[in-house]
Design a protein around this ligand. Structure first.
Ligand code: OGA
Ligand code: ZN
Length: 371
């Protein structure tokens, strides 16, 4: 049976479960997370932490078959927790999250056939197929949907099944084709070296969807590389370059007749735990570096090093999207590019949109709920 012992000097309740696991629960944490303090429907916290003294203590802890019951000093309140709930919320454990998926890194030896793939009709019709696809797409950061209808809105329809579309200055969706008066290199027939989109934005879009409606011109093949694999290898091989790229903000900028959107980012962005969070890498949107002159040379060395890695067969995969395929990738992890094409030899048209990481993760969590 579960036991609960007060350890007043440490201001914790020590709980031991029958499987041998034990944990300490600080008094303030217990009061702050007392189930009575949450709205029964919304599950949002109603309890006000400032309404209790900071030195609040548990007066008594009793354990029944189904509950641990606490009475408090100084306040007239009783708190009840199930042993299972406490077990699953042990401090320091990190809460279970179906969308927390470690990336599987890949390098230049990934073949097109190894890229996770799903059929458009299956994804639209079956939640289990969608969930399985989202989980693998998140692991690899790159996936393909095939069997797409020859309909301009088909990509958007699948993206919307996952989450809200992220609108940008290029619209809710954007047409990637060679256009007169382009405001973006993507809208020419030039090659696009590997990049992440919209690094000039405060928060660059998360997942990108590029539905290939036609790819009949000569050239126009696609390239991808896993920015997390590159950053991981760089961290090991050249820690000085890694640190410079992770700690030096550089400017990115997009401008046309209607917009001038600018933001500084580091090329490599780590989260609060020191894990890779995202990359911002876009040589065509990079602004004029504005570091002090005496740091410029060292920074350029680091920047060229990662840029060379994005040109290396060790990391880059080359493939060709066919009409009816849609590629999906985490734009803040996987870099994408394309070879130049000759618009006089045939039509090339991709239609793109974005769904941010938060919406993507939310769909994974909702689809993972017990039925
Ligand atoms: C883009 C882009 C790739 C392609 O539109 O941002 O990178 O294959 N397009 O045209
Ligand atoms: Zn792009």
């Amino acid at each position: 049976m579960t036991t609960a012992t007060l350890r007043g000097n440490d201001r914790v309740l020590h709980v031991a479960w029958p499987d041998g696991t034990s944990a300490d629960f600080p008094f303030l944490w217990l009061r702050d997370n007392c189930p009575s303090g949450f709205h029964p429907q919304t599950q949002e916290r109603l309890f006000d932490l400032t309404a209790i003294p900071a030195d609040l203590s548990v007066a008594e802890a009793t354990v029944t078959d189904t509950e641990i019951v606490l009475t408090w000093d100084a306040i007239d309140h009783e708190s009840r927790y199930t042993p299972d709930w406490l077990y699953n919320h042990r401090p320091g454990l990190g809460l279970a999250d179906p969308a927390k998926i470690a990336p599987t890194l890949w390098r230049g030896d990934l073949h097109k056939g190894d890229i996770p793939r799903a059929n458009a009709a299956d994804l639209m019709a079956r939640d289990d197929a969608l969930l399985a696809f989202l989980l693998t797409a998140k692991k690899t950061g790159l996936a393909i949907v095939d069997g797409m209808e020859d309909d301009k809105d088909a990509g958007m329809t699948i993206a919307r099944r996952i989450g809200f579309l992220r609108e940008t200055n290029f619209g809710t969706t954007f047409e990637v084709m060679s256009k007169p008066n382009p405001n973006n290199l993507a809208y020419t027939s030039h090659a696009l070296p590997l990049h992440t989109d919209l690094a000039n934005q405060e928060l660059p879009p998360g997942f990108q969807f590029l539905h290939c409606l036609a790819n009949e011109a000569e050239g126009g093949g696609s390239t991808f590389c896993d920015g997390f694999a590159i950053a991981t290898d760089l961290r090991e091989r050249d820690p000085e370059a890694f640190d410079l790229l992770a700690n030096t903000p550089v400017p990115f900028r997009f401008q046309d007749a209607d917009y001038d959107i600018r933001r500084h980012h580091t090329v490599i962005d780590l989260d609060a735990f020191g894990e890779l969070h995202e990359l911002h890498f876009n040589a065509h949107l990079a602004g004029i570096f504005d570091l002090p002159a005496d740091r410029m040379e060292a920074y350029y060395r680091a920047y060229r090093t990662i840029m060379q890695m994005t040109r290396s067969d060790d990391y880059v995969i080359t493939t060709r999207l066919e009409g009816g395929e849609m590629v999906i990738f985490d734009n803040r992890r996987v870099l994408h590019g394309r070879a130049a094409f000759d618009p006089n030899t045939g039509f090339r048209h991709l239609r793109g949109c974005y769904v941010d990481r938060g919406e993507f993760d939310s769909r994974i969590r909702v689809l993972s709920r017990p039925k």
